[in-house]
Design a protein around this ligand. Structure first.
Ligand SMILES: [Zn+2]
Length: 64
């Protein structure tokens, strides 16, 4: 899966299984997907596209 930094547009590949695991453990707000910190600037990274375990679809284009 490709994650993109919301601040500097850096891209990072994160294995789907890792994202899934984060999603499964996260009991927080279901309106946000599992997010990771950008290695370059520390801002949050958003998935280009991800369908979460609750069936919610997240798209980077919704954030821009
Ligand atoms: Zn960044």
């Amino acid at each position: 899966m490709t994650y993109v930094c919301l601040l500097c547009d850096a891209k990072e590949k994160i294995p789907y299984a890792v994202v899934r695991e984060f999603d499964r453990m996260d009991e927080g707000d279901p309106s946000v997907p599992p997010m990771f910190s950008c290695e370059k600037c520390g801002a949050q990274m958003y998935p280009e596209y991800y369908k979460g375990i609750h069936g919610i679809e997240y798209r980077l284009s919704d954030m821009k």
